[in-house]
Design a protein around this ligand. Structure first.
Ligand SMILES: C[S@@+](CC[C@H](N)C(=O)[O-])C[C@H]1O[C@@H](n2cnc3c(N)ncnc32)[C@H](O)[C@@H]1O
Length: 312
């Protein structure tokens, strides 16, 4: 079974601008945190893409996670896994905040952090498409953020989500954060871009709207309790101040990373692609565009060994 995205998907097809704007006005992100716990760095130009993204998310959510694991992480020997940890920015921060907990990050070789590690951090090179190299019921908290564009929908369903749940302890928490490729309040060039990106992902079996599927994948494991989901809209462009500036920089870097593959898929030259990127950057200002991120978190339940039924 391939990705099930269709250009007729109502979430994708030109979302009425008035609804999008109303939705955005109603959303709490419009209100900047008056007394933020987390600020964003001043100097955006020096940051790598994954760092930009990390600080943007931390600022918008005013937290690094949402599952209720704060007390557990304060206790000694709590175990945390970050799947597809990138440069490890999230882990480094948490390891400092929770010195008693043990952190493990896995990623493919090229992305592992070059920084000095501390005693409570381990990084492992591993391709998670082959499953996770840990025993059942190992971690108190399993975290995974922004891997939509790397893993096919089938692998998410057949391997990844099952593995996240398998390695979590009964009573442990699983949190997944993803964003949707389609933009809201999007102009014509933006729609052209996101449509191409969605179709490009779909051609590889990936789904740029994976957020619609994750709850059912989690539920299908039969080993998790209620799945809680919170959304944040992220405004793109200078019209939305520093957040928007960070967000459009992040998105532009992502679009640039995809240049070779996506321009070829769109059958346009790289110069035309770059022009489209410039048009997109102007258009998000004019249309006040935004996109959505989603946080899912759920608790692994105990399963009755005799019946195989979850003990709720
Ligand atoms: C967009 S980055 C997100 C990094 C980090 N989670 C964050 O939020 O800052 C996606 C990461 O997933 C990693 N990744 C992609 N495919 C992977 C795989 N098959 N196995 C392990 N890591 C993978 C990439 O190397 C990259 O570091």
């Amino acid at each position: 079974m391939g990705a099930t995205f269709s250009v007729n998907d109502p979430h994708y097809a030109s979302y009425p601008r008035e609804i999008a704007e109303q939705e955005y006005k109603n959303s709490e992100e419009r209100v900047r945190p008056s007394n933020p716990k987390y600020e964003m760095p001043d100097n955006i130009a020096d940051l790598e893409r994954l760092e930009t993204q990390h600080y943007l998310m931390r600022y918008l959510w005013q937290s690094n996670f949402e599952a209720p694991v704060d007390q557990v992480l304060k206790s000694s020997d709590a175990k945390v896994l970050d799947v597809g940890c990138g440069h490890g920015t999230w882990i480094f921060e948490l390891a400092q905040e929770y010195p008693n907990a043990q952190f493990t990050g896995i990623d493919t070789e090229s992305f592992l952090p070059k920084r000095e590690s501390s005693d409570n951090i381990k990084f492992l090179e591993h391709d998670l498409q082959h499953g996770l190299p840990f025993a059942d019921n190992t971690f108190d908290f399993v975290h995974m953020r922004f891997l939509t564009q790397y893993i096919s929908e089938k692998t998410w369903e057949d391997v990844i989500v099952k593995e996240l749940v398998r390695v979590a302890k009964p009573g442990g928490w699983i949190e997944i954060i993803e964003f949707d490729y389609p933009h809201y309040s999007a102009g014509p060039k933006t729609r052209k871009f996101t449509k191409a990106a969605m179709e490009f992902l779909a051609s590889k079996g990936f789904n740029g709207l994976l957020s619609l599927k994750l709850p059912s994948f989690l539920k299908a494991t039969g080993q998790v309790g209620d799945i809680r989901k919170h959304d944040k809209s992220i405004a793109l462009g200078k019209w939305a101040g520093k957040v928007g500036e960070f967000a459009i920089q992040d998105m532009s870097l992502l679009v640039t990373e995809l240049r070779a593959e996506l321009s070829s898929f769109m059958n346009i030259s790289e110069a035309e692609y770059d022009q489209l990127l410039e048009d997109y950057k102007q258009e998000v200002e004019k249309f006040k565009s935004f996109f959505k991120t989603h946080r899912f978190f759920t608790q692994k339940v105990n399963v009755d060994e005799k019946t195989g039924m979850p003990i709720l």
